[in-house]
Ligand binder design. Structure first.
Ligand code: ZN
Length: 250
């Protein structure tokens, strides 16, 4: 039995297949990540195209198919135009979308992550400083990791379980946590500064959707972001391609 359904979703990936068809991967609040098809009929695709751009928040009408469901209607609720005008914002968000596309299981709803993503996009669509953008994106990524069970630990040493003291600590990406200076010396772990540890603790332990303005030195937020970015890659077991784009424009 074939039927149609509607849902609002954020476009997280799209690419052409075959002659003119398009695969559109979306993240919806109700159904989670969905892999959909947009038919290559020119007239239809031309009409839908503007509503199916990456990052767009779109009302979709979908026809259930035998293999892939097909998009038969799309109306953008928000295209986040200000974000698009800023290459630095777009590049970091593309990285976030690439990560979400890899980490979110198909057809599994994660309304909390959806709400956070929509909130992040709405926030970055306003005028935000570069520093604040890095902070809110780092915060978003950490909260997604927490929600999906990849909580990185920043309080006790992974190896000896002792409380972390200041100075000379490391981060163990495979172990998903911090390692004290006594336990971490011999392995090739990443050194992490005390300020970054404090900042990362604050971000992971405060799980409200809204993140208040916080004072943090840019070098600390950049260190924290880099650590989180590398940890994202560990969780998906591959490199994030958008990383190069971020480096290029940042
Ligand atoms: Zn230790």
């Amino acid at each position: 039995m074939n039927r149609s359904y509607k849902t609002k979703a954020i476009i997280i990936k799209q690419y052409e297949v075959g002659e003119a068809d398009r695969i559109v991967v979306v993240f919806s609040r109700e159904f989670g990540r969905l892999v959909l098809k947009a038919r290559g009929v020119r007239k239809i695709l031309a009409k839908l195209k503007g509503h199916l751009e990456l990052l767009a928040y779109t009302q979709l009408e979908i026809h259930q198919g035998r293999s892939l469901d097909t998009i038969i209607g799309a109306e953008a609720q928000s295209l986040f135009k200000k974000i698009r005008q800023n290459l630095r914002s777009t590049s970091r968000l593309y990285l976030v979308l690439e990560f979400l596309n890899k980490i979110l299981p198909e057809g599994e709803p994660h309304p909390e992550i959806f709400d956070r993503l929509l909130y992040l996009l709405e926030n970055l669509d306003k005028k935000e400083s570069r520093e604040r953008r890095i902070v809110v994106i780092t915060y978003f990524c950490l909260q997604v990791l927490r929600e999906l069970g990849y909580y990185p630990h920043f309080r006790e040493c992974l190896k000896c379980q002792k409380d972390i003291e200041s100075g000379g600590n490391f981060f163990d990406f495979l172990g998903a946590g911090i390692v004290c200076r006594d336990c971490g010396g011999e392995e090739a772990l990443m050194p992490v500064s005390d300020q970054a540890v404090i900042f990362l603790r604050f971000l992971i332990e405060n799980n409200n959707i809204f993140l208040p303005e916080i004072k943090v030195l840019p070098k600390v937020s950049v260190e924290a972001y880099s650590l989180v970015e590398r940890y994202l890659e560990t969780t998906i077991d591959s490199e994030l391609k958008s990383k190069k784009f971020v480096k290029l424009v940042d």
